[in-house]
Structure formats: C-alpha cells, structure tokens
Write a new protein. Structure first.
Length: 418
C-alpha cells in the first residue's frame, strides 16, 4: 500500500514540470524504478548510441520494485543538439509507430526483494529511424503520458564525417599533471562540404558517462576541408582518477572492499570498508569500468531475475565537517549528485555516511565534492586529478544542413586514453 501511494504521488508531482520542460534530461521519476540500463546491444559500459540504417539495437532494461507487473508505454521524441524538442513530426523521423508498450517483463526468482524486470529492444519490429540526431524515450504508466516514470536520452548517428583526435596532457604548465587535452579534427566524407561551420556545425565532447561537463568545442581554424578544434579551454578536462569499485555479487563471501554483511528487519545490508583519501597519493594504474556497473550474482545464471537487492553502506572518515557536500557518484547514481546519493556527516562516528539500495553486482564509483554555494562538483578533494588517468572521451558532430529544421548527428567517435 505504501509503495502504491509513493508511485501515485510521484506521478502527480512531475506531470506539471514535464509539461513546461524545454530541455530533456535523463531522469528517473519513480522511487520504485531501479537498475535502469540503456545501452547498445552487445556493447557494455558506454553511452546509448547506434548507427542509422544499421542492424544495431538499443536495449532498455529496468526493475519495478513490486510483486505485480504494471503496464508501461513509451513515446520516442526527436531532439535538437541542445536536447530541446525538434520541429520534426513523428512521421518525419520514424517509419511506423513512435509509441508502443514495453512488451517483455518477468518476475524475479527466489529474491528477498520482489521485483518485475522489464526489457525492450529498439528499434522494434514495428518501427525504424529515418533521420539521425538526438532522441529521448519517455516511459509512462497506464497508457497515460502524464504518469512518466523515466526519461532516457539516446542518439542515432550517420557515418558522414571522419573524426580524429590527439589526446595529451594539458599544455599549460599548471595543467600538465592534472588535466587532459583532446584536440579534435573533423572532415566531411565523400563529396560533402560544410556550409558556414561556425553557424551550422556543432562539436561536443563528453568524458566517460558524465553529464555535468559535456563541452561544446570552439572552432580554431579551417584547414582545407578539415575543421580543427584545439588550444582552447573547452577541450581541456580535469583528468580525475581511476574509479573505485566494490563487488557484492555474493551476499555470503566478502570481497576485497566489503567489510561485513547483515540482515536487519528483513533487508540485506552490505557494509563497505572505510573510504580513503586518494587526493595526495601517487597515481596507480588499475582497471575500471569508467564509472559503470554490471549486475551479477553467484547463485544463478539469469542475473537479471535472480540477483537480489541490498542496502550498501558507504563510510568516509573525517575529523571535521567540511563546507560542502560529498556524494557517491557514477552510473550507480545515474551520474547525478542528488539528495539520494549525498553523504551526511555523523558526529558520533566522525564520518560521512550514506546507503544506496542496489542490485547485486560489480560497481564503479567516485566520491565527488560540491563546495557550499556552488553547482559544479569536483574530484580533487577526495580522488585527485592525474593526467595519466584512463578516461574514455566521446565526440559528437552535429550539422544542420541549410534549409533543414533539425540537427543531424553526422559523426560519432570514442577513444580511451591509455
């Protein structure tokens, strides 16, 4: 009964905000929706993007913390490069149906936390994409577009440009040890040419899965038919550090970063070992998932249905409360810093703590810090910045052809700094 009340409350509270929303963002609106994964089929730990007119598919998966399944529908909307809705009509960007219902759902198997797992493939047999660009999928309940449970961004790109990068440590003396510079060069393919690139063409760059520091690059010069984006603050990033991780694929056997398991009031509790300050430590190479996670368990073969949930407790010792806030951050927090993943200071223990309700698996994360009065968060306080860090950068090239009323995504390229 209590879960049903929360579900209805969130539907009512978000209806008016979505109506007035002009820029679409990734967001989960229901507290009962967990473990949302939206990625290209067969490609783990990356952003949701596929090539136009290819056989590639996108897979949307999520859990509803309920014993009873609920009907969910979706609508797909085409967007401009700034994620505002484009002027295209549905029949101009999709052949078939831009709306539908989530067809596949299954109840969890032998789990303490009962849930319904949903799964949907895009494009489906009932539709195909006609143009490239930014898209969002809006998922809602009971065939009512006002009962939105989530919004997810995704991209469809054309292979119409050649993109190359030069990745290096920051060129400024003060940046060489802490920042990474990514110079980008874009050239049209075949006989295509860019008309007035300063006006019609936009190049964005993204670090890992982060949403907060996506940068619009500035054109430096036009060499023949190649555009150069370099030597500017827009293509220089704080390097950060390798992501921390923890493994609770088992709820019986402690892994390296798990301190203890408990079972309290009918719920699984996983206590992690204290988080250490890495900001002043020498950089150490270690494999990570660039902030992503995967669902696994040690009991069965169907990880999506047989993995249980637990409260994972994070513990950051601190002799004093700082003028700002710490957050447990990564894909496990949907790449946001919110009240849900904020760490609260407890004077009794001299530590910042928080608990996240997570599905069994292997998780990457970082500790982000946001100073009081600021809206940007940083890695330097607890993680440090090292130019050697193995980050993945995604480059997107948008082009609004003269006469068109929408932005095409004519190129995509990703590369990892090793």
């Amino acid at each position: 009964m209590r879960k049903t009340f929360f579900f209805l409350f969130f539907f009512i509270s978000i209806a008016s905000s979505l109506t007035a929303q002009t820029i679409w963002t990734d967001k989960i609106y229901s507290p009962l929706v967990k473990t949302v994964k939206f990625e290209a089929s067969g490609v783990d730990f990356t952003i949701p993007i596929i090539r136009l007119e290819s056989s590639e598919k996108l897979i949307l998966k999520f859990d509803l913390l309920s014993e009873e399944p609920q009907q969910f529908n979706y609508t797909i909307i085409h967007c401009n490069s700034d994620w505002t809705q484009s002027d295209l009509r549905p029949q101009e960007y999709i052949e078939g149906f831009e709306t539908g219902h989530i067809e596949n759902y299954y109840n969890s198997i032998n789990t303490l936390q009962r849930y319904v797992h949903y799964y949907q493939e895009f494009p489906s047999s009932m539709m195909r994409f006609l143009v490239s660009g930014n898209y969002i999928i809006k998922v809602y309940a009971d065939n009512n577009p006002d009962k939105v449970i989530m919004v997810r961004r995704f991209m469809i790109y054309e292979d119409a440009s050649t993109i190359r990068t030069v990745m290096q440590m920051g060129k400024q003396p003060q940046d060489t040890k802490t920042k990474q510079e990514i110079d980008v060069f874009v050239r049209p393919k075949s006989s295509m040419s860019f008309a007035d690139p300063n006006r019609y063409l936009k190049v964005f760059i993204q670090q890992n899965g982060r949403r907060d520091n996506i940068s619009l690059l500035k054109l430096r010069q036009y060499n023949g038919n190649e555009l150069e984006y370099s030597f500017d603050k827009t293509n220089v990033f704080d390097a950060g550090n390798e992501f921390r991780n923890f493994d609770f694929t088992s709820l019986r056997i402690r892994s390296m970063h798990v301190s203890n398991f408990d079972f309290i009031d009918g719920e699984n509790i996983v206590k992690l070992k204290p988080i250490t300050d890495r900001s002043r430590l020498t950089y150490t190479t270690q494999g990570d998932l660039d902030g992503y996670y995967y669902v696994r368990n040690d009991r069965g073969d169907n990880f999506d249905l047989e993995s249980d949930y637990a409260w994972v407790v994070f513990y950051l010792p601190s002799q004093m409360r700082l003028d700002g806030s710490f957050y447990v951050w990564g894909e496990l927090s949907d790449w946001y810093c919110t009240e849900q993943n904020k760490m609260n200071y407890d004077k009794r223990f001299g530590a910042y703590t928080t608990s996240l309700y997570l599905k069994q698996g292997f998780y990457d994360y970082m500790i982000m810090f946001m100073p009081s009065g600021y809206t940007l968060y940083e890695t330097s306080i607890m993680e440090g910045n090292h130019s050697e860090t193995n980050n993945t950068y995604h480059i997107y090239v948008y082009y609004r052809k003269p006469g068109n009323s929408y932005d095409s995504l004519i190129g995509y390229f990703s590369q990892k700094i090793n």
